[in-house]
Write a protein that binds this ligand. Structure first.
Ligand SMILES: Nc1ncnc2c1ncn2[C@@H]1O[C@H](COP(=O)(O)OP(=O)(O)OP(=O)(O)O)[C@@H](O)[C@H]1O
Ligand SMILES: [Mg+2]
Length: 306
């Protein structure tokens, strides 16, 4: 398989401030690789250096076996780039916009309809790009990045500003691209998105990669407890504290919660008590991983407010 991207010691400074601080990682061919981090972490800067859109101040990038900087036009055909801020050609309809791109890349014009369908925009084919909603614009920009069947697809916060339905549609688009063996590199600050889509995730903060692994392994290494939640009346305090493996018990109006690091044992004990009705199991998430690494929350509650 080999690697699609190799990054070593990559560094970027602005006015003497280091915003990407000697990071190294590898993206394997065919994988979906996520860079997860809060605003200002350096995700876009990293992506743009890998894409060959920004010049690094230090370190090396190998993209499909060649250096993306200085600009290498033969590489452009092999990669698809969706930027965080997208501009379209004004006063074109969606389909015209895509046909312009097919012409540019010299791929058959029928490919325009195909990708429009793939991103679920067929109904908006004849709509002026300026009249598209935020989510539709986002999907059109991904369609533009997919038109020439790139080997590597870069998506910078592809689901920013999308409602939950549009976000799931986008996840399908990414999964479809992967079935065509496309390597996908995406940035996000939604841990659920990283968990859903990415084979491996680099957690980035303040220009550094703090952890890099599969979502499952990142969560496992955290050794966060599992929370078993039951309806409030289901157990007495004594019963709850007596359940095998339980470290602590929390009780509020909505639930009695058993905190355990030996969930299987605890659930067996609950079964023996006949107390499984209404059980909800909540285990650690990437959000917990981020908090434990940085002491801060990943999600910014003020962001993406309507
Ligand atoms: N052209 C520039 N000149 C000066 N500073 C910049 C420039 N571009 C980015 N920065 C700074 O570099 C840091 C990293 O920015 P970057 O856009 O890479 O972060 P990000 O992780 O993509 O954030 P977001 O989630 O908001 O998109 C930020 O502090 C930003 O202000
Ligand atoms: Mg960004």
């Amino acid at each position: 398989m080999g690697s699609a991207i190799e990054v070593a010691g990559l560094t970027k400074r602005y006015d003497g401030r280091t915003v990407v601080d000697s990071i190294s990682f590898e993206v394997r061919r065919g994988e979906c690789f996520g860079i997860l981090g809060p605003n200002g972490a350096g995700k876009t800067t990293t992506l743009e250096m890998v894409e060959g859109l920004r010049r690094p101040d230090g370190g090396t990038v190998s993209l499909l076996g060649t250096s993306p900087w200085p600009r290498d036009t033969s590489l452009l055909r092999r990669i698809g780039v969706q930027l965080q801020a997208t501009a379209f050609i004004e006063h074109l309809t969606s389909i015209e916009q895509l046909r312009t791109v097919t012409d540019l890349y010299g791929v058959p014009a029928t490919r325009a309809e195909e990708v429009l369908e793939q991103v679920g925009l067929t109904d908006a084919a004849d709509r002026d790009v300026d009249a598209l909603s935020g989510g539709q614009r986002q999907r059109l920009s991904i369609a533009c990045a997919l038109v020439h069947r790139p080997e590597v697809l870069f998506l910078d916060e592809p689901s920013a500003g999308l409602d939950p339905g549009a976000r799931r549609n986008l996840w399908d688009v990414v999964r479809t691209a992967r079935r065509d063996d496309t390597t996908v590199v995406l940035t996000t600050h939604h841990m659920d998105e990283a968990e859903q889509l990415c084979d491996r995730v680099a957690i980035m903060d303040r220009g550094e990669i703090l952890a890099l692994d599969t979502p499952a392994e990142l969560v496992r290494q955290l050794d966060a407890p599992t929370r078993l939640m039951l309806p409030p009346g289901s157990l007495t305090d004594d019963q709850a504290h007596g359940v095998d493996g339980v470290e602590s018990v929390e009780r509020d109006a909505g639930a009695v919660t058993l905190v355990t690091r030996r969930a299987a044992e605890s659930i067996q004990a609950l079964a023996a008590l006949g107390a499984l009705d209404g059980l909800q199991v909540r285990s650690g998430t990437l959000e917990d991983v981020f908090i434990s690494l940085t002491g801060r929350q990943l999600a910014d509650p003020t962001e993406e407010a309507p």
